[in-house]
Design a protein around this ligand. Structure first.
Ligand code: CTP
Ligand code: A1H0Z
Length: 229
């Protein structure tokens, strides 16, 4: 048994402030999406990679990904991350486990992938997360309302891994209810299904705003990642 991964790459990267989709920006001479897809191409438990892409970037993405043998399809995304993923989920062949992973997270570790896959087989729904490091407060109009108990707070990442049937049911139900979530687990939680956490690491950042590119360069340097020009 192996897993399929859906990689949503059909955003615009508005908060990055670049003139192109952030997943096409280069880190060490390769686009971000190249690094992200590499993580799954190299994982022996992954047998298929599907992406959501913007219509106008299909050709560029196809070119970038031509050397990856596990990339089985690019599907046109929607106006929201959730719609992009649903578009892909509706078209992929049924399988045991599906992971969803943001194209904008190029540093997921092999260890996290293994734990997520094993966890999904055993418990149906597992997601990567790290404990919050800062103190988090609820603020109304710049005045603190209250302080949350940090010991229960986790910063949620992707990948998020589920059995195929469960994830499809969750996405279909969210569509019927007009529910829009900011991650995949929130759709599954609505079904009453317990979702477990795999302790990930702080390198698994999402490239969201410009300073994240400095962190990305530092992580690549630390890991000794070099790509020829
Ligand atoms: N309609 C959308 C929106 C987002 N994504 C993808 O979902 C991932 C996580 O989303 P986010 O970081 O919010 O990316 P963007 O939507 O591109 O960023 P922004 O909100 O700053 O525009 C990214 O890999 C992005 O390409 C997608 O496939 N389809
Ligand atoms: O809220 P954003 O649009 O930045 O990101 C949406 C998702 O990609 C994000 O919630 C997952 O990566 C989990 O953190």
């Amino acid at each position: 048994m192996m897993y399929t991964v859906i990689i949503p790459a059909a955003g615009q990267g508005k908060r990055m402030g670049s003139d192109k989709n952030k997943v096409l920006l280069e880190l060490k001479h390769r686009p971000v999406i190249f690094h992200t897809v590499s993580r799954f191409e190299q994982d022996t438990s992954c047998n298929a990679i599907y992406l959501a892409a913007r219509q106008e970037e299909l050709t560029e993405l196809t070119d970038i990904l031509q050397g990856f043998t596990k990339v089985k399809g690019l599907v046109i995304g929607g106006s929201e991350r959730q719609y992009s993923i649903h578009n892909v989920l509706k078209t992929i062949p049924p399988c045991a486990v599906v992971m969803v992973h943001d194209a904008a997270r190029p540093f997921v570790s092999h260890e996290t992938l293994t734990q997520l896959y094993d966890g999904a087989l055993a418990r149906k729904a597992v997601i990567a997360a790290v404990q919050v490091k800062d103190t988090i407060k609820v603020v109304n109009e710049l005045v603190i309302d209250h302080t949350l108990d940090r010991t229960t707070l986790w910063q949620v990442q992707t990948p998020q891994a589920f059995t195929y049937d469960l994830l499809l049911e969750a996405y279909n139900q969210a569509e019927r209810d007009g529910f829009l979530g900011t991650d995949d687990a929130s759709l599954v939680e609505r079904l009453g299904q317990p979702v477990s956490v795999v302790v990930s690491d702080y390198d698994n950042i999402k490239l969201t705003t410009p300073e994240d590119l400095y962190f990305a360069e530092a992580i690549m340097k630390k890991r000794g990642i070099e790509c020829s020009e």
